[in-house]
Design a protein around this ligand. Sequence first.
Ligand code: NDP
Length: 280
Amino acid sequence: MDKYGLMGHPVQHSISPMIHDAFAAQTRQKMSYEKWDIEPKTFVNAVKQFQKEGGKGLNITLPFKVKAFQLASALSDTAKECGAVNTLMFTDDGGIFGDNTDGPGLIQDLVHNHLYTLRQKKILVIGAGGAAREILPALLKQEPASLVLSNRNLEKAEALRKGLLIKRGVDVKSFGDLGQDSFDLIINASSAGITGPFPKLSGHLIHSGTWCYDLVYNPKLDSFLKWAEAFQPQKCLNGLGMLLEQAALSFYLWRGIAPKTAPLLEQLQNGDYRESTALL
Ligand code: NDP
């Protein structure tokens, strides 16, 4: 039985074990997947211990994605572009390969599941934390017409832009400077909803063809989508699709087989997910 898991702090809300168990059953892989809440000071030791015990791979979540980036002995281009790792794979020669599937997971959900074209679109990303840092390079690769990054704390957005490997095309604006602009796609990469209400931004940001995508995937914490719906965008999506797609990409890296995400998405949206939201 090959061992995998998730390390973060906290992790009790995570439904990753349920997702990977479902993928393993679907693709008939003999593997286990657990989650561990790791004290920040012990993260590096915990990863090395897991590797020593024969562990094959890990997902990494808050607050360890940058530490995992530093710990990896080899990195994918995607991980290099965002400076953070959400997937580790332990190689037979004792190496630690670091990848990041969050940005590609978002693209997979938007472009492949929802047939949305990002090329030449005007995109607004709200929030300048770890998630924004992970999705910006992936969005830029899709060649949008423009990409505005806006955050409550403007300095943090400017620092995020400065730290990106590819920053050309990212325009930082304060909430106040968004003015009368409207966007084709608005992505909430902030933790508004979890930490407090979504800010009362102008409805001018939304036009009749706008798509609104919330990285937050708990339907009970839909403060951004509630704000958006009031201005009648074309489509509102939450981050459950991205969550499944980033997990499927990690699974593919580890096992070399791509699980189907649609059946699990439907199952989660229709029934089981309501039960699992108790964990979120
Ligand atoms: P961070 O803590 O790194 O960043 C949080 C960001 O949200 C900051 O920019 C912060 O602004 C902003 N923020 C927090 N509260 C508010 C508020 N009330 N109003 C406006 N802005 C606010 O978090 P992450 O970037 O790691 O995660 C952000 C969200 O994305 C989380 O909800 C997470 O669950 C989700 N996520 C979903 C994924 C998926 O697969 N669907 C994958 C990864 C993340 P400031 O700088 O001003 O404090």
